[in-house]
Design a protein around this ligand. Structure first.
Ligand SMILES: [Zn+2]
Length: 467
């Protein structure tokens, strides 16, 4: 493992930075005031060279290789800077991690953990075109990790991501939505509403709290202590089955419906939202005339199933996820793989919600599979699950596969996908699923999943099998 010099323009091949210069960069970054004169000279020379040639350094603290660039601060003064929209942060203990910011500190400009759908001077909401052609597919534009979520769908995705519910490991096996709603409420403790209040205090996950007027009474009481906010608000968050215009409803009739003040924003095909189930997120605020509390904004983020709230962007993705759940199990249980590799592989499935920065630009794969070789970290104290080993494994012990779900008739969308596939190969092999062949019963999806499991198995044996 080493720092590597990369060329975002692809003109030069990646190469390893010499161990001496890697050491210079670490020492200079870690403790400049105590760095020796030769280290300082080598630091300047290296960073000047990187900057002049538009080169980057790929860090070895994580297999995704977070990249940083050289920046000039003034005459003969240079520093390293992380890419502003990098999806992959450096490991906790990496010296190149973003500037040391105290947990919970106010970060001017950044505030990726601040939720405020009613922020002033901001674009109101991205939404599908109400007059869209029948086959036009719309989903919310991606956000970068460092960016504050600005729309309701972005807030919903931020909550899911913070709760890690975009990973199968965290989202699977929840017999009751209450289980995963509790995870979301827990995640909201680390997110904020203005001025700097944990969002969990203004997040309601029980429909009854809205129907009974509890939310309004709570906001009335909080309002007097909440002076800096233009518009006090609270979030409503729970599963939903149907979306129609500005109405959201549930299968259970006693749960009733909620009418939002505005159209419920959801990924859509033509004028129709992608089918449910959904994670519904509403923002309650004072009505324009000031007389009552209303659900002023609302969105519905499709999820895989009521007992598995992995966010999906289309029915095809939902079908793909069902097959991928099976694939994850099949790879783990495969006797052939166990025999060839000397144990079971571990397979993690993730729905990425923020763009992954790779050479050539950002990309947002539909799904990401990470396979860990049996026995990786086995020699380290505490075994594989020990959090101390995070970011310290050998990248060769992990294999990543991208799963892309194809299947819209929207040529512009397909063309965009094709372009980003080239970038995705930097992360790992791109496997494509054909949504149009899934069939009404989903058998086609499972067939494709089984075929992919075979392909991946062959790839893993080629990488890791002894001899
Ligand atoms: Zn790093």
């Amino acid at each position: 493992m080493a720092l590597r010099v990369t060329d975002p323009n692809g003109a030069r091949a990646d190469r390893e930075l010499s161990p001496r210069l890697a050491d210079v960069l670490r020492t200079g970054k870690d403790d400049w005031s105590n760095a020796s004169a030769p280290v300082r000279r080598a630091w300047r020379r290296t960073l000047r060279y990187l900057r002049r040639n538009g080169l980057r350094i790929r860090c070895d603290c994580r297999p995704e290789g977070p990249e940083f660039v050289a920046r000039r601060l003034g005459q003969e003064r240079y520093t390293t800077a992380n890419l502003p929209n990098a999806e992959v942060q450096h490991a906790e203990d990496c010296v190149f991690r973003r500037g040391k910011v105290r947990a919970g500190a106010w970060m001017p400009g950044g505030n990726a953990d601040l939720l405020n759908p009613f922020a002033r001077h901001e674009r109101r909401e991205d939404a599908p075109d109400p007059d869209a052609a029948p086959r036009t597919y719309w989903r919310p534009p991606g956000v970068s990790t460092g960016e504050r979520p600005k729309t309701m769908l972005h807030v919903a995705r931020k909550l899911l991501q913070t709760a890690r519910l975009n990973t199968l490991a965290a989202a699977d096996r929840h017999p009751e939505p209450a289980d995963w709603l509790a995870r979301i409420a827990g995640a909201a403790r680390t997110l904020y509403v203005p001025p700097r209040i944990p969002a969990s205090r203004f997040l309601f996950t029980d429909p009854e709290s809205w129907r009974s007027g509890e939310v309004g009474r709570y906001l009335d009481a909080a309002g007097s202590n909440w002076p800096q906010v233009e518009r006090p608000f609270a979030f409503l968050c729970w599963p939903a089955d149907r979306v129609e215009g500005s109405e959201v409803s549930w299968t259970k009739p006693e749960e009733g419906r909620i009418a939002a003040g505005d159209r419920v924003v959801s990924p859509s095909i033509g004028r129709n939202p992608v089918q449910g189930p959904y994670l519904f997120l509403g923002a309650v605020a004072r009505s324009e005339d000031g007389t009552r509390w209303e659900c002023a904004r609302a969105c519905a983020q499709p999820i895989a199933a009521r007992d598995c709230p992995v966010p999906v962007d289309s029915g095809y993705e939902r079908g793909a996820l069902g097959a991928l759940r099976e694939l994850v199990r099949a790879l783990h249980d495969s006797p052939a793989l166990k025999q060839a590799l000397g144990g079971a592989v571990r397979v993690a499935l993730e729905k990425p919600l923020t763009a992954i920065e790779v050479a050539g630009g950002p990309c947002l794969p539909d799904f990401l599979l990470t396979v860990t070789r049996p026995g990786a970290y086995g020699h380290l104290p505490g075994g594989p699950g020990d959090p101390r080993h995070r970011g310290r494994y050998d990248p060769r012990d992990r294999a990543r596969f991208i799963v892309e779900v194809m299947g819209f008739d929207d040529p512009e969308y397909e063309a965009r996908k094709e372009r980003t596939h080239a970038r995705m190969t930097r992360i790992g092999p791109v496997l494509r699923m054909e949504g149009r062949a899934f069939g009404p019963d989903g058998n086609g999806a499972h067939r494709q999943g089984r075929r992919m499991a075979e392909q991946i198995g062959i790839d893993l044996r080629r990488r890791w099998a002894a001899g």
